[in-house]
Write a protein that binds this ligand. Structure first.
Ligand code: ZN
Length: 417
C-alpha cells in the first residue's frame, strides 16, 4: 500500500502534477528559536531534515514541503549537545551508567567516555555498550591498561604502556578521540618507576603519537604543582577537566577571590578547560569567583557515573542550568555544550546545524520559576530558570519526546475495534 502510494507520487511528480520538491523533507521543526553558535544563528527559524541530515534552516519553510511537521514554537532548537566527560563502562571498580536513558533525555546526542576503559578492555566496552547505544559514544582511551576497572592498576606505571595504548587507539580512529589520565594518586617515596608526572607524561606521549589530545584528571601537590602541569606538561589542545573543583588544582586565590595569572597564561597557550562536574569537582565556592573574574571554562561536561547521576550532577541539562543561573548567557551555555566541545575532540562535523550535517538536534524548554541547584560541597544556589530537554533527534530520528510534541491527539487516532 505504502509502496503503491509512493510510486503514484513519483509518477504524478514526473507528470508535473505536483509542485517541484513537494515533501522533499522528512521532518520539519517549525517555529522554534534556533541557537546555533557555529553558524551565528539566534532567531526564530524552521529546521528541515532529509535523509538523516540537516537540509535547510530558514525563516519560514512551508509545512507542505515536509512529510511530518512538529510545532516547537516557544522552545529553543539547538544542535544536539555534546558531553565530553561521561562514564559508560561498568566492570570492576568502574562506575559506568547506561548511556541512552541519561544522554538522550538531556538533549545529548554525542557523549565521550572519559577513560573508563584502557587497551585491555576497550573492545569489550565497544562490543557491549558503544555499538548498541543510540547515543553516539566516543572515547578517551585510558593510558592505564584496564582503564578505571582495576583501581590498583591506576597507580602502577607498568600498566601504562604507551605503545599498546597507541595501537588500540589507532585500531579505532573513529571512536577514540584522545587519551585520558586520571586517579594517579601514588604518594612518596618515589622510585625509578613511580614519579610524580609518570601518568601525565605517558598519556601525553600516547597523544603525541596519535595526534590527538589528552584529557587530564589531576590533583596538584608540592611535588607536581598545578601551574607546571598547565605550562609545561600539557600541550596546546590538551584538556584539563574538573577545573572548578575544591582547590587541589588551585584556580582561585580564596583569600582575594582572584583567579591565578597562570590560568590565563595557560588559556593563551591553548590549554582547554573543561567542567567535568562529577561527584567532587564542581564547587560554587570556586565557580562563582572564577566566573566573576572572567575565567570561563571552554566546555561544560558532566562526569556522569553511578556516584554523581542522582546528584549533584543529575544530567547535562542540569549542569548547563547551573551556569545559566550563575549569569552565563544562554547562547554561551549552548556554545560551550556544542561547537566548543566538538572542536576540542577534533570532530568539527558535530555541534552545529549546517546544511549537510547529521541531523542531531535538541529542543529545549526554558522554564521560569524558583529552582534549587547544588554542588559537590553541599552548597546551593536558588535560580530563576531551568533548561529541560523536551525533544532529542539523532540523525533525523526522534529518540526522545518528553511531552509528545510529535504525537497525535488521541481523539484523532483511528478506532481500535
Ligand atoms: Zn570522570
Amino acid at each position: 500500500m505504502r509502496i503503491a502510494k509512493s510510486v503514484a507520487l513519483i509518477l504524478l511528480a514526473a507528470m508535473g502534477a505536483l509542485p517541484a520538491g513537494a515533501q522533499q523533507y522528512d521532518l520539519l521543526l517549525k517555529g522554534g528559536y534556533v541557537i546555533d553558535p557555529k553558524n551565528k544563528l539566534n532567531a526564530v527559524m524552521d529546521v528541515a531534515m532529509a535523509g538523516g541530515k540537516i537540509a535547510r534552516v530558514a525563516a519560514d519553510i512551508p509545512a507542505g514541503q515536509a512529510k511530518k511537521t512538529v510545532n516547537v514554537a516557544g522552545h529553543y532548537v539547538t544542535p544536539g549537545l555534546l558531553d565530553i566527560h561521561v562514564h559508560y563502562y561498568a566492570v570492576g571498580a568502574s562506575l559506568g551508567i547506561m548511556p541512552d536513558n541519561s544522554a538522550l533525555q538531556s538533549g545529548v546526542t554525542t557523549a565521550v567516555d572519559a577513560g573508563t576503559a584502557g587497551y585491555k578492555n576497550f573492545e569489550d566496552f565497544n562490543n557491549t555498550i558503544i555499538k548498541r547505544a543510540k547515543t553516539r559514544i566516543l572515547a578517551f582511551l585510558n593510558i592505564v591498561s584496564t582503564g578505571m576497572a582495576t583501581a590498583a592498576n591506576e597507580q602502577d606505571p607498568d600498566e601504562m604502556d604507551v605503545e599498546r595504548c597507541v595501537e588500540m587507539a589507532r585500531k579505532y580512529p573513529d571512536i577514540v578521540v584522545g587519551i585520558k589520565t586520571a586517579h594517579y594518586w601514588t604518594t612518596q617515596p618515589f622510585d625509578a618507576r613511580h614519579q610524580p608526572w609518570t601518568a601525565v607524561d605517558r598519556a601525553r606521549q600516547a597523544g603525541e603519537k596519535i595526534g590527538k589530545p589528552m584529557m587530564v584528571d589531576f590533583a596538584g601537590r608540592p611535588d607536581r604543582p598545578y601551574d607546571r602541569l598547565l605550562l609545561e606538561h600539557m600541550r596546546p589542545g590538551d584538556i584539563h577537566t574538573h577545573v572548578l573543583g575544591r582547590g587541589f588544582d588551585p584556580v582561585v586565590d580564596y583569600d582575594t577571590g582572584k583567579v591565578y595569572d597562570y590560568m590565563f597564561q595557560a588559556q593563551k597557550r591553548g590549554i582547554i578547560f573543561d567542567v567535568g562536574h562529577g561527584a567532587g569537582s564542581f564547587w560554587f565556592r570556586t565557580a562563582v569567583p572564577a566566573l566573576r573574574n572572567g575565567f570561563i571554562p571552554d566546555s561544560i561536561s558532566t562526569d556522569l557515573h553511578t556516584g554523581s547521576v542522582n546528584g549533584p550532577v543529575i544530567d547535562m541539562i542540569t549542569v548547563m542550568s547551573k551556569f545559566l543561573n550563575l549569569g552565563m548567557p544562554l547562547d554561551d551555555v549552548i556554545r560551550r555544550s556544542t561547537v566548543n566541545p566538538a572542536r576540542e575532540i577534533g570532530r568539527t562535523e558535530l555541534g552545529h546545524l549546517s546544511a549537510g550535517a547529521g541531523a542531531d538536534v535538541a529542543v529545549l524548554a526554558l522554564r521560569k520559576g524558583t529552582f534549587g541547584f547544588w554542588d559537590c560541597g553541599k552548597g546551593k544556589i536558588t535560580g530563576t530558570q531551568k533548561l529541560e530537554a523536551v525533544m532529542t533527534l539523532r540523525d533525523g530520528a526522534i529518540v526522545w519526546d518528553r511531552e509528545g510534541l510529535s504525537k497525535e491527539d488521541w481523539r484523532k487516532l483511528p478506532k481500535l475495534y
